[in-house]
Design a binder for this molecule. Structure first.
Ligand code: SF4
Ligand code: SF4
Length: 175
């Protein structure tokens, strides 16, 4: 219904506007944010201290489970042989697309990635850049449910918000 706008899909944990707006991709890029532990096997002495210290079961003397690693850095501090370090890894991708309904800024969060609030901020920045470049006066943001960091990042500094509250009524079945 609104003309002269950019649409921003900021529900990056469950992005879905690209399913209904028939987008044609025009630009994209990687987003880096999360950190994970990486081992230099030439320095590792297989002492097992990292495995004993990790509260997330993410590391053994043989392996590091990238999906389980939270990047807390405890193993890096604990390793007596300086065989571990933290590395920043990609947490998702941003996209800009043309659609029959106008420009769309959207994103994809990688499985188990945790920087969803950061990704929302990047989608909003892309939408703002597009609005400024094309002289479009309106940015429509599709936010996420809940009260988490993605919701806060999508709502910050908006002029107006439509908030949909859903009540669920549970009733016991008659005996
Ligand atoms: S603490 Fe360091 S030296 Fe010991 S097993 Fe882990 S990575 Fe290897
Ligand atoms: S960085 Fe933290 S979560 Fe990751 S393997 Fe090391 S201790 Fe475990």
């Amino acid at each position: 219904m609104a003309a002269h706008k950019v649409v921003a899909d900021c529900d990056v944990d469950a992005a879905n506007l690209h399913l209904v707006l028939d987008p044609t991709l025009v630009d994209s890029g990687d987003v880096y944010g999360d950190q994970i532990a990486v081992r230099d096997t030439s320095l590792c002495q297989q002492c097992g201290e990292c495995e004993r210290r990790c509260r997330f079961g993410a590391i053994t003397t043989e392996d590091i489970n990238e999906l389980a690693c939270k990047g807390c850095g405890i193993c890096v501090l604990a390793c007596p042989h300086q065989a571990l370090r933290l590395e920043t890894v990609a947490c998702g991708q941003w996209f800009v697309s043309e659609t029959p309904y106008g420009l769309l800024a959207h994103a994809k969060l990688l499985p188990a990635a945790e920087s969803s609030g950061r990704l929302v901020t990047i989608v909003r920045q892309k939408a703002e850049d597009l609005a400024l470049q094309r002289g479009l006066p309106l940015i429509l943001i599709d936010g996420s449910p809940g009260i988490g960091c993605t919701t806060v990042a999508a709502l910050a500094d908006v002029d107006m918000a439509l908030i949909w509250r859903v009540f669920t009524i549970w009733s016991a079945s008659p005996s």
